[in-house]
Ligand binder design. Sequence first.
Ligand SMILES: *[C@@H]1O[C@H](CO)[C@@H](O)[C@H](O)[C@H]1NC(C)=O
Ligand SMILES: *[C@@H]1O[C@H](CO)[C@@H](O)[C@H](O)[C@H]1NC(C)=O
Ligand SMILES: *[C@@H]1O[C@H](CO)[C@@H](O)[C@H](O)[C@H]1NC(C)=O
Length: 630
Amino acid sequence: MNPAKSLITLLVFSLSASAFYLPGAAPHNYRQGEKIELYVNTLTPILSANDDAKLKSLINYDYYNPKFHFCQPEDGPQARPEGLGSILFGDRIFNSPYDIKMLQDNATCKTLCVIDAVPPEDAKFINDRIREDYALNWLVDGLPAAEMKVDSGNEELFFDMGFNLGNDDTPNSEHRPTLNNHYEIVLRYHKFSETEYRIVGVLVWPFSIGGPQTESSTCETDSLPLYLDENQTQAIRYTYRVTFNESDTPWATRWDNYLHIFDPRIHWFSLINSIFIAVFLCVMVSMILYRSISRDISRYNAIDMSEDVQEDWGWKLVHGEVFRTPQNPMLLSIMAGNGVQLSAMVAVTLVFALLGFLSPSNRGSLATVMMICWSFFGSIGGYTSSRVYASLGGLDKRKNSFLTATLLPTFVFSIVFLLNLCLLIAGSSGAVPFGTLLLIIVLWYGVSAPLSAIGAYFGSKHGAIQHPVRVNQIPRQIPPVPKYLRPWSAALISGILPFGVAFIELYFVMSSLFASRAYYAFGFLALTSGVMGLTTATVSILFTYFMLCAEEYRWHWRAFLVGGGNAFWLFIYGIFYWASRLSLDSFSSVALYMGYLFLLVLLDFLVTGTIGFLASYWAVRKLYSSIRID
Ligand SMILES: *[C@@H]1O[C@H](CO)[C@@H](O)[C@H](O)[C@H]1NC(C)=O
Ligand SMILES: *[C@@H]1O[C@H](CO)[C@@H](O)[C@H](O)[C@H]1NC(C)=O
Ligand SMILES: *[C@@H]1O[C@H](CO)[C@@H](O)[C@H](O)[C@H]1NC(C)=O
C-alpha cells in the first residue's frame, strides 16, 4: 500500500473508531478473594435521557457532604491523591466502605449501613438534588461505574457513566422524588490466567427500596420506593449486591463501551460541512485575489515604465501608510503574543489527544497537558509579542515583556478566583482547593513568566520585521469607507464563516464542558479546528485587502477584530445554548455559566484574532513587496 493511502486509512480509522487511546496504567491482576476498592467521586448534575431534558445545575457536591448522609468508612473518608488536571476538572475522590472481594459473595445481598436520623432539612436538600438530576460517580479499578443504556439512534448498547441519585421522572402517586438506596453492582471480569482476573466493566443499577429501614438485609427490588419526608426525621438503609459476570472483553479494550459516540454521522456531517465552507471560501478568495492583484501589479508596473506622471489608485495609494504604527501597539502585541501561546497550546493538546495519549483512564490528563503546554509556550508568546511590538514601532520593550507575561494570567486568574468564591458560597466541592490555586500560581508566575521573559529577550534580539515600503511623514486623509468595512460590522460579518465551520462540533464541546458528557471525538475536533483556523486566516486577508482598496490603512486592529469575529457568535451561541439546554435555578450556577462562557469567548477571541492579524500581516508584506515604488 502506498504511504498516502495508508495515512488516509489511519486517519479514517482514528476518526471513526475515536475510541483510540493508549491504556494509561498497567493492568491490575486480582486473585480470588482480593479486595476490590470502590472509590467515590463528586456528585454531578447530568442531562437525563429524554431529548428535551435541560441541565438544571452546574455545581458539584462532595460525596461525603454531610447533608447527603451517605455511609462512611469506619475510620472516616480518606481522599485519594489526584493530578492537577483532575482536581481542576472537579474530581474529589474518596474511599468507601463497600466490601467487595474478587469472586466472593457472588450475588449476596448486603447492608452497607443504616443512617438513623436524617433531619427534614437534609431530606429537602437530597430531594432538591434528585429533582436536579444529580448522579453518583464511582470508580472501580479506574473504571467509572456506569448504567447500561441503548443508543436510540443505532440500537447499540453503551455504558453511560454515572447513575442517578434518585428518580423524579416516573410519575408516582406521591408526586415526590424517590431516593435510590440499593445498588445492583455488576463487575465484569476477564479471566487472565487460572488464578488471576482483571476487571473490564463496572455496571450499576440503582433501586429505591421503601418499607421499614432496618438492619435486616432484603434486596427485594420490586417493593415500594423510598420517599424522603421533608417534615420529619427518618432512617435510610443502604444495601448493595455485587454480581460477578465473566466477559470476553480483554483488558486492552475495556474502555470501548464507555467511549460511545452518539450518532457519529453528525460528526461526519459537521466535518463535511466545514470542509465544504472552507474549500468554497478558499477557492473563491484565491480566485478574486489572484486575478485582481496580478492585474493591479502588472498595471502599476506598466504605468511606472511608460509614463513619468505616476498615477496611483487602490491599495497602492496607501503604501506610505500601511506600516504606520497603529494605536496602542502595546496591547496589540501583547494580545498577539498570548494568542500565539494559546494557539500552540491548543494545537499540541489536540495532537496529543489524536495520538491517544490522553487516555480516559488517566483522569484529567487533558487539563494537565493543557496547563503544562501553556506554561512552556510562554517562551513562544514572549518571543512573538516582543517581535510584533518592535515591528509596530514600539519602544518600551521591558514593559511589553512584563505585561505579556502577566496581564492575561492575572486576568484569567481573577475570574477563576471570583467563580471559586461563588462555588464556595454555594457549598459546592467544585471549588478549587487552596493548594491547587497555589500550584497554578507557581506554574504561571514561576515557569510561564520567566520563559516568556526569555522568549522576549530573543525576540528583541531578532528585532523588528523588515517592511518592504517606508512610512510617509504626513498621514493621508482617509476617505469614508463603506458600512460593511467599519470595524464592528466587519467583525460580525466575517465571524460567520469560521463560526459556521465549527458550530456543530461546538455543540458537543459545550455538552462535555457543561453537561459532563464525555467527549472523545478528538479526530473530528482536530480537523474542525484546522479548517476553522484556515477559514479565519483567509477571511481576515480578504477583509484587509478590501480595506486597503478602500484606502483605509488602519488595518492592524481591524484584522485582529475580523479574525476574532467568530467569538461574538460564540457568545450568542452560548446564550442560545443556555436558553435551550439549561434551566439553571441558582445564582451560583448562572454566575458559573456566564463566567466560563466569558473565558471561553475571550480565549477564542485571542486565538482567532491572532490568526487573523498574523495572516493579514503576512499578506500585507507580501502584497507590498510585489510592487515597485520609486
Ligand atoms: C408537610 O408539611 C406541610 C406543611 O406543614 C404539609 O402541607 C404537607 O402535607 C406535609 N407533608 C407530609 C408528607 O406530611
Ligand atoms: C454470580 O451469580 C450470577 C447470578 O446468580 C451468575 O449469573 C454468575 O454466573 C455468578 N458468577 C460467578 C462467578 O459465579
Ligand atoms: C452476565 O453476562 C451474560 C452474558 O454476557 C448476560 O447475558 C447477563 O445478563 C449478565 N448478567 C448480568 C447480571 O449482567
